[in-house]
Design a protein around this ligand. Structure first.
Ligand SMILES: Cc1ncc(COP(=O)(O)O)c(C=O)c1O
Length: 357
């Protein structure tokens, strides 16, 4: 018998539907659906640029941030080139690399769930055109701090474009969060990806954007599909930008729930590293496969990587309580070999700084 899904916590979506003001803007746009949107999304680009406090020649809009990523790959990658990324990561990256005829180069994460920047640097060669970093990372929620990112960028050869995916950046509260705007001028090979799918809760509408130096942005824009950003999505994004403070309160609530859920799971004995995204990562050797079964039986849909981990999106309070209740029914994870939750991240950071200077 199929168990009904009560809580969808598998895709790192927002638990909140669009705000009433955003819905009204979408309804007005629907009434005009017989009209084309702009040929290129210039108005929306300008609005996003003003909101980011940069000039509009530093911004390009795409069909989700995944669409922007594809446009970048189409711009800089030729068949036979290589695209490197920490693995595991967002599933789209190996697919996008293959779509442009590149060799995907997955570089294992460090045991504490961080992207291994030393190993990524070592994996770059004359064939590499793009290296992808996710910050915060999907699925582990780990963070690359400002000093580490700067050290990495200084060492990446100029023929390699760094695709810095910040899909979850609005959920990060760390004092050492990189200021990526400030990095763009000194790193013309950097493209920062952002999205309205996560913190802004518009996943169905497919709007993301990239930030980079004007020369790189102009080249990527040449890959822009005419009429590619639909008018309802454009209206929703513009209305969301007007509702910034309401949306920030929602993000704060998700962050508070993330910390509450994490502590609930730590109390049950699961090892859960701090997360800077809208999800938590449970990982082997804790009993993640049994955990996945218990969640399914409780009607909670999470992302299960068999034998490896479980990524649980932060949902409503009720959904998060359902996660704790379901995982409480799984045998208490072994308490041996448990380290202080912050220790692994700090060790990885100092090890990387020791080698990179
Ligand atoms: C790291 C990361 N980047 C990008 C995306 C996709 O974002 P978008 O909806 O803007 O294409 C996701 C979705 O889960 C993600 O985890």
């Amino acid at each position: 018998m199929d168990i009904p899904v009560l809580h969808r916590l598998a895709l790192n979506e927002s638990p909140y539907p669009p705000l009433p003001s955003v819905r009204r803007a979408m309804q007005r746009a629907v009434a005009q659906a017989h009209r084309y949107p702009q040929f290129h999304p210039d108005d929306l680009t300008e609005r996003i640029a003003a909101w980011c406090q940069v000039t509009s020649d530093r911004v390009m809009v795409g069909s989700g941030s995944v669409g922007v990523a594809l446009q970048l790959l189409r711009t800089v990658v030729r068949p036979g080139d290589a695209v490197a990324y920490g693995w595991r990561t967002f599933d789209a990256y190996p697919l996008l690399a293959t779509m442009v005829g590149a060799h995907p180069v997955p570089v294992p994460l460090s045991p504490d769930g961080h992207q291994d920047l030393g190993a990524l640097l070592a994996a770059l060669d004359h064939r590499t055109r793009v290296v992808v970093l996710c910050n915060p990372h999907n699925p582990t929620g780990s963070l690359i701090t400002a000093d580490i990112l700067s050290a990495f960028l200084r060492q990446v050869p100029r023929h390699v474009t760094v695709l810095l995916d910040e899909a979850y950046v609005e959920f990060a509260r760390h004092s050492a969060l990189p200021d990526t705007h400030a990095l763009l001028d000194s790193h013309p090979n950097l493209l920062v990806l952002r999205t309205f799918s996560k913190a802004y809760g518009l996943a169905a509408l497919r709007v993301g954007y990239g930030l980079g130096v004007p020369d790189l942005v102009a080249r990527i824009r040449r890959q822009q599909l005419p009429f590619g950003i639909n008018a309802v999505a454009t209206a929703a994004v513009k209305a969301s930008l007007r509702a910034g403070s309401e949306l920030r309160r929602r993000v704060d609530a998700v962050v508070a729930e993330r910390e509450r859920l994490r502590h609930g799971l730590l109390d049950l004995g699961w090892r859960v590293h701090p997360s800077h995204a809208n999800s938590l990562w449970l990982h082997a050797p804790d009993p993640v496969d049994e955990g996945a079964m218990a969640l399914t039986a409780a009607g909670v849909q999470a992302r299960h990587y068999p034998g490896e981990g479980l990524r649980v999106t932060i949902g409503s309070r009720e959904a998060n309580d359902a996660v704790v209740a379901a995982l409480a029914s799984v045998g208490r994870p072994e308490a041996s070999d448990r380290r202080a939750p912050n220790a692994p991240a700090d060790e990885a950071v100092s090890a990387y700084l020791r080698v990179s200077g």
